[in-house]
Design a protein around this ligand. Structure first.
Ligand code: NAD
Length: 363
């Protein structure tokens, strides 16, 4: 029976790379019935919401989705679709594999890291007090009463909650991912030496959960040291698990280690639902130009196939992408040595080359 999967086409460059990604996934031979849905600025203009209920209903029904980038316009009432999806569907884990592919220009080779970021709390919980408001004044008074510490009256305040519940489920997610994907080690990243009660809690929970997974090595690192180590000796690390803010920052550090956003896939995953997506945005200036690199969304399709349990087709698709990039012929401008290289091909032509490579591997 065919898998039911929701595909959100997005806007900007989204629909172009979405169509190419569907072709590449279909070429693996896995039988998927796509339910194509919309989100983002274009549907906002026609329907008054960037995330229609039918899109959410589709994801809840299929349980698995892949999403092309969507624009979050600055200065409108339009909330980020990405944040709304994470919150409404409780997608508490952000998965970002950072892997080197020969042919992608980068300072490093042979990187194979996975960043697992907690998606729901920490400094991103959205609990803030704006400087100068009565609420900020009351928060400052209450904190003085409770702690004896003075906060300057002209301060803005953001609250950082880390719970046992959310820390435990993200650390368990990292260990389960490590086990299912034959990874050897999980490193928990924190700043517990300073933030004793928020990151300290995350660290205590990590150490406790690690005892349930004796088959996987465990270690922890302070976040500043972790950044230095990742730049100096990234090969020492395997799966990293982090609270929200450090996870956000180190995910981009990881993408930088392997050559940037054009090749960085990702997924936002909960207990019932998974939504895969490229790390990059909708690059509106390239809309309709058949120019951008479709790799990140296609590699998100590799993660999707693996999530469905289709390991062999997933590996075939990844190998096809890797082969086209390694050959360096049918690739977009950003994968050429010079950005104005006249031999660069369009997104569609790169997609066609990947489809041809999969079909050759299938036969
Ligand atoms: P962006 O990632 O869209 O683009 C930044 C630059 O990166 C582009 O100008 C382009 O030079 C390059 N780039 C991005 N993707 C590329 C690709 N596939 N191939 C080649 N080059 C590529 O970031 P931005 O300009 O900051 O954001 C544009 C919009 O996207 C904003 O509205 C932002 O909110 C949104 N956004 C969406 C997502 C998402 O849907 N997951 C993620 C990030 C940003």
């Amino acid at each position: 029976m065919a898998y039911q999967v929701t595909f959100i086409d997005g806007d900007g460059i989204g629909p172009e790379i979405a169509a190419i990604t569907r072709q590449c996934i279909d070429a693996t031979g896995v039988d998927i019935e796509w339910d194509i849905q919309q989100a983002g600025s274009e549907v906002y203009e026609s329907e008054g919401t960037p995330l229609p209920d039918r899109t959410l209903d589709s994801i809840r029904r299929t349980g698995t989705a892949i999403k092309a980038p969507v624009t979050t316009p600055v200065g409108t009432g339009f909330r980020s679709v990405n944040v709304a999806l994470r919150q409404k569907l409780d997608l508490y884990a952000c998965l970002r594999p950072c892997k080197s592919y020969p042919g992608v220009r980068s300072r490093y080779q042979d990187i194979d890291l996975v960043v697992v970021r907690e998606n729901t709390e920490d400094l991103y919980a959205g609990i803030e007090f704006e400087q100068g408001t009565p609420e900020a004044g009351r928060a400052i008074e209450t904190i003085a009463e409770l702690t004896g510490k003075t906060i300057r009256s002209d301060s803005g305040i953001s609250v950082k909650p880390n719970s046992i519940y959310a820390s435990e489920r993200i650390v368990r997610f990292a260990f389960e991912y490590a086990r299912a994907n034959n990874r050897r080690k999980v490193t928990a990243v924190h700043k517990a030496n300073i933030l004793k009660f928020s990151d300290g809690l995350f660290l205590d929970v990590s150490r406790r959960v690690a005892r349930d997974y004796p088959d996987i090595e465990y270690e922890d690192r302070i976040v500043d040291n972790m950044c230095m180590q990742l730049v100096q000796k990234p090969e020492l690390y395997d799966v990293l698990v982090l609270p929200n803010l450090y996870g956000d920052i180190l995910s981009d550090l990881g993408a930088g280690l392997v050559g940037g956003l054009g090749v960085a896939p990702g997924g936002n995953i909960g207990d019932e639902i998974a939504v895969f997506e490229a790390t990059h945005g909708s690059a509106p200036k390239y809309k309709g130009l058949n120019k951008v690199n479709p790799t990140a969304l296609i590699l998100s399709g590799v993660l999707l196939l693996r999530h469905l349990g289709e390991s062999a087709p997933s590996d075939r698709l990844e190998r096809a992408v890797a082969a086209v990039i390694a050959e360096g012929k049918n690739v977009t401008y950003d994968l050429k040595p010079e950005r104005d290289d006249p031999t660069a091909v369009g997104s569609t032509e790169m997609g066609d080359a990947i489809v041809a490579a999969i079909e050759a591997a299938n036969s």
